[in-house]
Ligand binder design. Structure first.
Ligand SMILES: [Zn+2]
Length: 448
């Protein structure tokens, strides 16, 4: 290494006295670059009590992984001084400015890792960085906790409460979104009314005012209704359309399954005996008609001409979807109430138990159901949020515990303001000072 390289790297690493780069070693075979960083001070302030001018007891060898230097894996090494303090009597290891105490990564390396985990599955980010996933998960948890502690939740007025399972069908978590700011506010294990209380406590801890929450969009579970009624009594509840349509789909599935079990001969007489036909039927009934393939078109044609209970169930489900579409676009409370009442009375007379039950549920909660039909602001976002939650599940694949899932969801969906910045952001604005040529004239980009 030529003279001046150490000084160059001292500056590039952002080191300040007493820390300097003492030696740089590049090993092209091993594809790594090692920086020996040293601190020659004879005296340092005590890291424990802050009294200056304390003697150095000894030095402890430590290493940190840093951002790659071109294609080379970069490492920092240093003998970190331990300070003997005459004031407090303790021997304490000095902090190094490039790393958190106890971490084997530099701060910039951790910041890059976090940025990668915001868009890549964690296992993939770990492979890219050539570290074990577990080490990234620990950082995600740490930085999310630090960032969330500083997060402001003032002025939250419209929220959505939902549940999701971290693995298909078990271990549920409750998710609370700020529907106006489109960010995840809170996530916790469980899905009972206590989770709503836990949200309120968290909201208050972050400067939010529960009394300001005017509107809650959620599913029809008794637990959340109980929680919101107790904890946010002034809030208006609206039941979101996705949950209502999902309930209609469940009712329809229940009718189809029961009919297939109880009267397979009747079903086969109407639709044909091929085993595939029955599977086609299941998917076609759930899907929008625009997604039907030829076989499904055929099966659904037969279904609609039949007198099967499944046919009635499908018509009821479709009618509910149409009711929603019409009421959302007309956005009129009276019309929506009338349309929903007419669907409810049809469902109650349908002689299909799952739909009679659904009709009762909707009737009991009609005002909230109607509000959900008119509440255009939340629906698109709830759908987008579900998509993001799915991606978050993918990001945690292989390490999907409640703790990890909560941490990665906050990292990706909370728009946290106090995370470390990505160290690979451009040094200067990309279009700054750039000129391009047009018809032979040189024009600054801004005016081009
Ligand atoms: Zn001291």
């Amino acid at each position: 290494m030529s003279v001046g390289v150490e000084a160059l790297f001292t500056a590039a690493l952002g080191l300040k006295l007493p820390w300097v780069v003492a030696k740089v070693e590049l090993d092209t075979d091993k594809r790594r670059i090692d920086f020996e960083v040293s601190c020659d001070a004879k005296q340092l302030p005590c890291p424990a009590c802050g009294v200056s001018g304390q003697g150095i007891h000894d030095r402890v060898r430590r290493s940190w992984r840093h951002l790659d230097f071109f294609q080379y894996e970069a490492w920092l090494h240093a003998g970190v001084p331990r300070v003997d303090c005459s004031a407090c009597g303790k021997t304490t290891q000095a902090d190094v400015p490039w790393s958190r105490p106890g971490s084997g990564f530099t701060l910039l390396f951790e910041a890059l890792a976090l940025s990668l985990c915001q868009s890549l599955p964690v296992a993939q980010a770990a492979a890219l960085l050539r570290v074990r996933s577990k080490r990234l998960w620990r950082r995600i948890e740490h930085y999310v906790q630090v960032a969330r502690a500083q997060e402001e939740m003032k002025g939250v007025k419209v929220i959505g409460i939902d549940e999701t399972s971290i693995k298909r069908g078990h271990e549920y978590v409750t998710v609370v979104h700020d529907l106006s700011a489109k960010r995840l506010l809170f996530m916790t294990a469980g899905r009972n009314h206590e989770t709503v209380k836990a949200f309120k406590t968290d909201l208050v801890a972050h400067g939010g005012d529960p009394a300001e929450i005017a509107h809650v969009c959620m599913d029809m579970s008794a637990a959340y209704t109980k929680g919101v009624t107790e904890v946010l009594p002034q809030a208006q509840i609206s039941f979101d359309r996705f949950h209502v349509i999902a309930l209609a789909n469940e009712a329809m599935d229940a009718v189809r399954r029961a009919e297939m079990l109880d009267q397979p001969r009747v079903v086969h007489a109407a639709l044909g005996t091929e085993r595939k036909t029955i599977r086609n039927l299941m998917w076609a009934m759930r899907q929008d008609h625009s997604g039907w393939n030829n076989k499904q078109l055929n099966t659904m044609y037969l279904l609609q001409r039949s007198t099967l209970k499944s046919a009635r169930a499908w018509r009821l489900k479709e009618a509910l979807r149409t009711t929603y579409t019409q009421c959302v676009s007309s956005n009129n409370e009276q019309q929506a109430t009338a349309a929903m009442q007419s669907w409810i009375s049809w469902a109650r007379r349908s002689r299909l138990d799952p739909f009679k039950k659904l009709a009762t549920t909707l009737k009991e909660r009609l005002p909230g159901v109607v509000r959900g039909m008119l509440d255009g602001r939340s629906n698109a976002y709830v759908e987008a949020m579900n998509g993001m939650l799915q991606q978050t599940k993918t990001a945690a694949r292989g390490f999907r515990t409640v703790k990890n899932f909560v941490a990665i969801a906050y990292l990706r969906m909370s728009k946290l303001q106090h995370l470390p910045a990505n160290p690979l952001r451009p040094a200067i604005q990309r279009n700054q000072g750039v000129t391009r040529y047009r018809s032979g004239r040189q024009v600054p980009l801004e005016t081009a």
